[in-house]
Design a binder for this molecule. Structure first.
Ligand SMILES: NC(=O)c1ccc[n+]([C@@H]2O[C@H](COP(=O)([O-])OP(=O)(O)OC[C@H]3O[C@@H](n4cnc5c(N)ncnc54)[C@H](OP(=O)(O)O)[C@@H]3O)[C@@H](O)[C@H]2O)c1
Length: 252
């Protein structure tokens, strides 16, 4: 199935971003995949997209460097032109960072890194991309199940994702008149490098998390990638300002 659509996926050199890029490509969407210096990782993503018959191109983007967004969007436009278009149809704001610890251990640098990447970076990237968004475009912001339930030592990260959800709803209202939808997707614990790979590699921790979900296990990256691609599909074209949780039923 080809769709002629083009998606930008941030943080696609590994983890959920890579899975989202592959899932979108499987559905015929051409993908622009970003990394912030992991050229080998993003190249692997491009190869995996090509292996499913898709088309991908890599771009460099550091979300913490808002001043670089003008040159990023210019490079993005050049790539779109090479693909015979000037517009993006889907943006997956996936890149994000988690630093975890109890209240007394959180440093100002930790706080600024998490909020600066997940909220400031995501917000100003959306602002920079609006002129490139097609009529009917869809912005998908990756949040976390931690905005609905609580776990100790996650306060700053959870707050950053709550902010992502709040800005998603407000931007859905602001951009709706331009035909642009904005939704957030909230994964539960998923087996990637995230949090030092604990959800993938720490058997004891995985068991604890499994006991907190209705489906009795942690998620796999392709399950989140498929969920993102499904949310991006035309079948959900009437949905905006929504939060979709894919956590296997965490803390019901
Ligand atoms: N895995 C989970 O359990 C889980 C659950 C809920 C939500 N999430 C969210 O899902 C998203 C992807 O997580 P993941 O599991 O794939 O984690 P991951 O394996 O740690 O990947 C994070 C991605 O974000 C990128 N990134 C971090 N800071 C960046 C910056 N300043 N500029 C550009 N890119 C940056 C990373 O780039 P580098 O490779 O250069 O570091 C990497 O590509 C994140 O937003 C995360 O908060 C994850």
């Amino acid at each position: 199935m080809t769709s002629n659509k083009i998606a930008l996926v941030t943080g696609a050199n590994r983890g959920l971003g890579r899975s989202a890029a592959i899932a979108l490509a499987t559905r015929g969407v051409r993908v622009l995949v970003t990394h912030r210096g992991d050229a080998a990782g993003v190249e692997k993503t491009v190869e995996q997209v090509q292996a499913v018959g898709g088309t991908a191109a890599a771009l460099r983007l550091d979300l913490s460097d808002v001043s670089s967004f003008a040159s990023f969007t210019s490079e993005l436009s050049d790539q779109l032109e090479r693909w015979g278009t000037s517009r993006l149809d889907i943006v997956v704001n996936n890149a994000g960072v988690g630093i975890f610890g109890p209240l007394e251990d959180v440093t100002i640098d930790d706080f600024d890194t998490v909020l600066g990447t997940n909220v400031r970076g995501t917000f100003f990237l959306i602002q920079s991309l609006v002129p490139l968004l097609a009529q009917g475009a869809h912005v998908i912001n990756v949040s976390s199940s931690l905005t609905r339930h609580t776990s100790p030592a996650t306060s700053v990260y959870s707050a950053s994702k709550a902010a992502v959800e709040a800005l998603s709803r407000t931007l859905a209202a602001e951009l709706g008149p331009h035909g642009i939808r904005v939704n957030s997707i909230a994964p539960g614990p998923t087996a990637t490098d995230f949090n030092g790979g604990a959800m993938r590699d720490d058997a004891e921790f995985r068991q604890v998390l499994a006991g907190q979900t209705a489906l009795g296990r942690v998620g796999e990256p392709d399950e989140i990638g498929d969920a993102i691609a499904t949310l991006a599909s035309e079948g959900l074209r009437w949905g905006t300002a929504q939060r979709i949780e894919v956590s296997g039923g965490a803390f019901l």
